[in-house]
Design a binder for this molecule. Structure first.
Ligand SMILES: CC(C)(COP(=O)(O)OP(=O)(O)OC[C@H]1O[C@@H](n2cnc3c(N)ncnc32)[C@H](O)[C@@H]1OP(=O)(O)O)[C@@H](O)C(=O)NCCC(=O)NCCS
Length: 171
């Protein structure tokens, strides 16, 4: 399978938001309420917001395509902590999961992090999202801490922060 990764552009926003909804509806109904899913999708994927992020320094969006079809995407951003890149989004079409697409997107995110001289890659994942936690462990992340973040309108993100070092291993 030939996975082609490239930066997201303005014309990709609509299909990307549609794919996000498909993946979220497959992933989150057993984890958070439908109201929270709708709230977070609107917050994170409304076209104006995504377009702003595409133009923002310190934020990168990448898409993965197979035979021209959009099959996944990732975004990452530099954190205020400095030398730390946050994997902010990583989503793969439910019909294409466990085929290495997430890993391929992660490789691209690590490349951005290294170019920005980051020494750590972090992410937040819902504590009950066991398949994603398994994927992140497989790809070299460990749990750093547990957090509960109020995201407004009475919704809370109940997450693990996972991290991986980008420094070469000391022998
Ligand atoms: C998590 C996710 C991004 C991983 O991408 P992917 O392309 O499926 O993952 P890869 O092919 O690179 O790696 C596969 C590994 O991930 C884990 N994994 C992925 N999906 C899994 C599932 N449904 N059940 C259990 N483990 C799973 C396994 O460790 C798997 O390795 P294995 O097949 O050898 O057991 C993708 O499965 C996804 O989009 N999930 C739903 C959305 C989500 O939860 N995103 C993360 C939000 S923080």
């Amino acid at each position: 399978m030939n996975i082609v990764v490239s930066p997201v552009t303005a014309t990709d926003i609509e299909p990307l938001a549609a794919l996000a909804r498909v993946v979220w509806q497959r992933t989150y109904p057993e984890i958070i309420s439908q109201a929270q899913i709708d709230f977070m999708l609107e917050q994170r994927y409304n076209p104006r917001r995504v377009r702003q992020e595409l133009d923002m320094p310190g934020v990168w969006w990448e898409q993965a395509r197979v035979d021209g079809e959009l099959v996944g995407f990732a975004s990452c951003l530099l954190t205020a902590a400095g030398r730390e890149m946050k994997l902010d989004k990583l989503y793969v079409d439910p019909n294409r999961q466990r085929m290495g697409i997430g890993e391929r997107l992660l490789r691209e995110v690590r490349a951005h992090a290294r170019r920005e001289a980051c020494d750590t890659l972090i992410l937040a994942v819902n504590k009950r999202n066991a398949p994603a936690i398994a994927a992140y462990r497989k790809h070299g992340f460990t749990v750093r801490e547990a957090v509960r973040v109020d995201i407004g309108e009475g919704f809370v993100m109940d997450d693990f922060i996972m991290a991986q070092s980008l420094l070469p291993a000391v022998q």
